[in-house]
Design a protein around this ligand. Structure first.
Ligand code: PGA
Length: 254
């Protein structure tokens, strides 16, 4: 049984004070929910303070990105070693990184390898653009991103993949549960082909793209969808907690 996972990707939002308030508001409403793994991914500058606030709770921390070198003259970058003390997870290859910061599959692959080497659990994002989707190219695009992203990586059930169709991110236009489940089962098959069936069964694959309290149930009801990577809705405590609670309820009754 894969444990459902809900991760909040705060992106470039919240000052340190706002971040602390948001965490407190989430914790105030949480009371437990042990059947769901809960991960917050605030901006780098808030990680240390939030780690303190999360001490003794069941909520884990993730970073939104990292560089693949340990240290050195890379002005402005964050090293994986700096993150290991603070985080359990790291989001890698988010479409906004690919689009605005020119991250290629090769770069994403270097980061994924590094994350495993150093003991961080990567949440590897893949997804097709609107053009690719409309041209019926979802399958080859996703296949390529998964293969390149995981090239040379040793099989690990600690891997998390997030399927995030670019046309659904921040647009309010989510995929349907069925659409997302179809691509997610494709991803699981690709992982099985690359690695092996047993490991592919352990890997958690999330859906991301305009997930809210109103549509989470549609995704969680699908057999291959193990949770969600939530952007905009993770910035509102009540909305994020509603997503967590619905996930817990649906997954525990299945
Ligand atoms: P969204 O973002 O929920 O705001 O669409 C999801 C993501 O980019 O991870």
């Amino acid at each position: 049984m894969r444990k459902p996972l809900i991760a909040g990707n705060w992106k470039m939002n919240t000052s340190l004070e706002e971040a602390k308030r948001l965490v407190q508001a989430i914790l105030n409403e949480l009371d437990g929910i042990d059947v769901v793994e809960k991960v917050l991914c605030p901006p780098f500058i808030s990680l240390a303070a939030i780690k303190e606030l999360l001490r003794g709770t069941s909520v884990e921390l993730g970073a939104q990105n990292m560089y693949f070198e340990d240290k050195g003259a890379y002005t402005g970058e964050i090293s994986p070693i700096m993150l290991t003390d603070l985080c359990d997870f790291v989001i890698l290859g988010h479409s906004e990184r690919r689009q605005y910061f020119f991250e290629t599959d090769e770069i994403v692959n270097k980061k994924v390898r590094k994350a495993f080497e150093i003991g961080l659990k990567p949440i590897v994002c893949v997804g097709e653009s609107l053009n690719e989707n409309e041209a019926g190219k979802t399958e080859p695009v996703i296949t390529n991103q998964v293969r390149e992203g995981l090239a040379g990586v040793r099989p690990s059930g600690q891997l998390v993949v997030a399927y995030e169709p670019i046309w659904a991110i921040g647009t309010g236009k989510a995929a349907t549960g069925k659409q997302a489940n179809a691509t997610i089962s494709l991803i699981r098959n690709i992982v099985a082909g690359l690695w092996n069936k047993e490991t592919a069964k352990e890997v958690r694959i999330l859906y991301g793209g305009s997930v809210t309290g109103n549509n989470i149930a549609e995704f969680i009801a699908e057999p291959d969808i193990d949770g969600a990577l939530v952007g905009g809705a993770s910035l509102k405590a009540n909305e994020f907690v509603s997503i967590l609670k619905q996930t817990a309820k649906l997954k525990s009754t299945r």
